[in-house]
Design a protein around this ligand. Structure first.
Ligand code: AMP
Length: 282
């Protein structure tokens, strides 16, 4: 479906007898990570809707928006192969029609301030805005997002709480290549040589977990990892070990949920990854 009206009228006819709708919002250039979200939705709902929309309001750099990979033909093929029921491919005017107020003012309890929030001003406001708008359109029972974007799923969880939205967020574990690199649409832009070395991110996260388990201090691990990630074409923006619920730095005792999050430049591509070092997502 390309417009809201047609999608909604279709979903109205399908939603009979309490049939559950699962929703997977994406920006396209789909890979196995996206498909694992779709598969989980297919397992737990009668109707699965995936959307493909490169949301301009969450890009803070015009060049990143321009160079963001777009492969709509292949995306539709992949979604059809896994058996996704509905694909929503709206234009920007459908998502943001003139006359409709779509900006959100939310108290995100500081979740949007560190890490990606600090490096990409306005990114999370734009992301929350589009997720809210898409939820209003699709009205799913379940929303599927990836742990790959840890801060993003936490902010959406907070938005759902604050606005008391009638939807349950399911966070799906990160899908990785055989060598550990988290699958990402941006990986396509890595040179062959850099791609081979990009396993550095996963290895560093694993080693950080090992160090934390053997009692090393958080600040020492962060310093070690930042040095480790400064190699050849790799340049870290941050490597932060934080409280997995508040995203605040860890000062005293270790909290129940501890997460390491990192963003690294490789060539001119920005890669992010994270690992839960202690505990698990509820
Ligand atoms: P994107 O198209 O990058 O906006 O991603 C759409 C959804 O797919 C988001 O919820 C991402 O967190 C999720 N996602 C992206 N990459 C992965 C991955 N490697 N494993 C699991 N989920 C992912």
């Amino acid at each position: 479906f390309r417009n809201v009206r047609d999608l909604q009228s279709y979903l109205r006819t399908e939603r009979v007898n309490n049939r559950a709708v699962g929703f997977v919002p994406t920006m396209g250039a789909l890979h196995a990570g996206h498909l694992s979200l779709v598969r989980q939705s297919l397992d737990n709902n009668q109707i699965t809707v995936a959307s493909i929309f490169v949301n301009p309001t969450q890009f803070n750099q015009a060049t990143d928006l321009e160079t963001y990979p777009r492969t709509p033909g292949k995306d539709l093929e992949l979604l059809s192969l896994v058996g996704c029921d509905v694909v929503f491919l709206p234009t920007t005017d459908e998502v943001y029609p003139s006359g409709l107020a779509t900006t959100l003012t939310l108290d995100l309890a500081g979740l949007d301030e560190p890490m990606e929030g600090a490096k990409r001003p306005g990114h999370f406001q734009g992301m929350a805005q589009v997720v809210k708008r898409l939820l209003d359109i699709v009205q799913p029972q379940h929303l599927y997002m990836g742990q790959k974007d840890y801060q993003q799923q936490l902010i959406v969880r907070r938005m759902i709480d604050v606005l008391a939205l009638d939807v349950r967020l399911v966070t799906v574990p990160t899908e990785r290549a055989a060598d550990g690199l988290a699958l990402s649409s941006r990986n396509q832009r890595l040179s062959e040589e850099t791609r081979q070395k990009a396993t550095l991110l996963f290895n560093t996260l694993q080693e950080a977990q090992r160090q934390l388990n053997t009692g090393q201090a958080v600040a020492d691990i962060e310093n070690w990892a930042t040095k480790e990630l400064t190699q050849g074409v790799f340049q870290p923006e941050y490597f932060s070990i934080v409280d997995g619920l508040t995203l605040q730095p860890i000062t005293g005792e270790l909290p129940e949920l501890v997460v390491a999050c990192t963003a690294v430049w490789a060539d001119d591509v920005r890669l992010i990854d994270n690992m839960i070092l202690i505990g698990q997502l509820s």
